[in-house]
Design a protein around this ligand. Structure first.
Ligand code: SAM
Length: 267
């Protein structure tokens, strides 16, 4: 496929959605994220996995937009989804909340380029799905969980404060903690090295409205190093403690107005 602009790709995707021969429903601002996250796969041989088939509409949308070379795999717990095999889609039937299921499913899927979860949307399902997809990633790829709105919704509140969004925000700490060896004695002790291991191939975690994307690249699995391009002859003075020593801000919490003072400076 010749290079198309972001806007063209976005228009094509909206058209593929509207023209899908089967019903599908998506939140309108997801299309922007899809183009950012999956646009590079258009016209290429790739493996695209979506958990959540329902009426099959999104399977046709992905095929129309990505192109005929794409292997589109749909996953659903409803055995009725198997009928879409007759239309050239790979369909795997199973329960995304069960890690054992993923063991077998990823054996069948093999290396994948993109994984999108639009399944049951309960936090534990989203967490197990993200963890298993990240564990089974074998090459540069992206693992995307959508409908993170359920982290706040009453219908899904049995997760209490262990929502998928809280899991994802905590995972961003792991990305930073893998640099703790640069700063001896500065970080809390890493008592859970397993968490660093789990996310070591994740190079970024991107938050969109209703979507979290984990970008994976095995090349980043190396422990990061602190690099000078060249040693300075004489280090300039760093003025970080010469300025104001605090800021009062409204914390970005949509549910509570919270004005807080964030202190800085040094003793
Ligand atoms: C939101 S719909 C999918 C919509 C579809 N992707 C679209 O855009 O048209 C959710 C689907 O997830 C499936 N699902 C729910 N819980 C599941 C689970 N535990 N494992 C696998 N699939 C599940 C449901 O059967 C349903 O078909």
């Amino acid at each position: 496929m010749s290079a198309v602009s972001f806007e063209e790709s976005l228009n094509d995707l909206r058209l593929s959605f509207r023209n899908s021969p089967e019903p599908s429903y998506k939140v309108s601002n997801y299309f922007y994220a899809y183009v950012e996250l999956f646009g590079h796969l258009r016209g290429k041989e790739c493996t695209f996995v979506e958990t959540g088939v329902l009426n099959g509409g999104s399977l046709f949308m992905w095929r129309q937009w990505l192109g005929p070379q794409a292997r589109i795999i749909g996953i659903d717990m409803n055995p009725g989804a198997a009928k879409w095999r007759d239309h050239g889609f790979d369909i795997i039937i199973g329960d995304q909340g069960d890690p054992q299921f993923w063991q077998e499913a990823f054996g069948e899927i093999g290396p994948f380029d993109a994984f999108l979860d639009d399944g049951g949307h309960q936090s534990f399902q989203q967490i197990v799905t993200a963890q298993e997809a990240i564990r089974h990633a074998q090459k540069k790829c992206v693992v995307v969980i959508e409908d993170t709105c359920t982290s706040f919704m009453r219908e899904f509140e049995r997760h209490r404060n262990r929502s998928f969004l809280e899991f994802s925000k905590a995972a961003t700490d792991v990305l930073v903690a893998n640099t703790s060896h640069f700063f001896e004695g500065q970080f809390p002790a890493i008592d859970n090295p397993q968490s660093l291991e789990e996310f070591k191939q994740v190079c970024s975690i991107q938050f969109y409205s209703g979507i979290v994307a984990f970008k994976i690249d095995p090349a980043v699995a190396e422990k990061p190093e602190l690099l000078w391009n060249k040693e300075p002859q004489q280090n300039a003075e760093d003025f970080r403690y010469h300025g104001t020593t605090s800021a009062t801000v409204v914390w970005p919490n949509p549910f509570i107005v919270e004005k807080v003072t964030v202190r800085g400076g040094r003793e």
